[in-house]
Design a protein around this ligand. Sequence first.
Ligand SMILES: NC(=O)c1ccc[n+]([C@@H]2O[C@H](COP(=O)([O-])OP(=O)(O)OC[C@H]3O[C@@H](n4cnc5c(N)ncnc54)[C@H](OP(=O)(O)O)[C@@H]3O)[C@@H](O)[C@H]2O)c1
Length: 329
Amino acid sequence: MIPQTFTAFYVDEHHNATVTEVKSTSLPDHEVSIQVHFSSLNYKDALSARGMNRVTKNYPHIPGIDAAGVVVEDRSGTFAPGDKVIVTGNDLGTNTFGGYGAFIRVPASWVVALPKELSLEQSMMIGTAGFTALYGIHRLKIEGINPDDGPILITGATGGVGSFAVFALSAMGYRVVAATRKTNQDQFLKNIGANSVLESEALTEVAKHPLLPRQWQGSIETVGGELLDAVLRQIQPKGAVACCGNVLGIEVSTNILPFILRGISLLGIDSAFCKRTIREQIWETASTLPFHKLPSNYYKKVPLSKLGTEIDLILQGKQTGRVVVEHAL
Ligand SMILES: NC(=O)c1ccc[n+]([C@@H]2O[C@H](COP(=O)([O-])OP(=O)(O)OC[C@H]3O[C@@H](n4cnc5c(N)ncnc54)[C@H](OP(=O)(O)O)[C@@H]3O)[C@@H](O)[C@H]2O)c1
């Protein structure tokens, strides 16, 4: 049973957030009720929490596109009370009350069993950011991008998606080049697996030629805009770019020559609506990664009361690594 009220990071009609008690009758009428132990902070959560970019259409709202916890009740019969589960993406935390509430209620089709090798906390260290990085890698592999064929460039490398991509690709044996604006985070990036680090500006301060020297076999591009344009012109023949981010906006201006003279591919990543079979496969891949190799400062754990500060930092592009949100049980 869900208690009559539960604690949540609650955003009102004016986009002001408070940590407060919310009536459980305000949860939607879906099949699976889950007590949330951990959530995480992604760029999209910050947009939702601040009423930006129409990520969330209706307020009051409880953000949190990620949740990991324990099943309280499942009317579909798919899960048993006490099962440890993960919910990421779909509509969670965008227009359905999300993981910044101590309880959620969602359709069974959104719920994935926690792989036994992972803890609930680890699953939220991964969260949508890590899942997106792994989805991008999954797509690059389908394009035949192998560890021996050349370096992979990660942009926005200190961010959630970027840093997890650096770690995962390195663990899979790829040569990883991390591009960042945070020149003081060189050691952090090397500690999580980058073979080398370059300043993002070096990528864009290039001639406006339609084709540039072939540097990268593949890329996980998390920033968009002029960075995506520059990366596309630097990809080796038959290479591919998995594009997921729009930190620099939704517009991109490019040209056709990298596509028709080098046969490169631009792969769109939409982790929220990834097919369920692929979603389960990606969580299985996540569970095989060597998390013991991550430095202890890769993520920080914060209570709901500290979320506001972390949201400010991610919107300013100042986060490094991941933020896990811990509910008081
Ligand atoms: N399509 C999907 O399924 C999907 C899923 C998850 C996330 N996303 C998108 O992917 C992007 C990254 O998400 P995230 O959660 O990883 O966010 P994040 O932690 O804030 O990472 C974004 C990184 O981009 C870089 N950056 C920020 N502002 C910049 C600017 N003005 N110019 C150049 N670089 C800038 C920063 O890295 P450096 O300082 O290291 O350069 C920053 O850490 C967001 O646009 C998010 O909406 C998409």
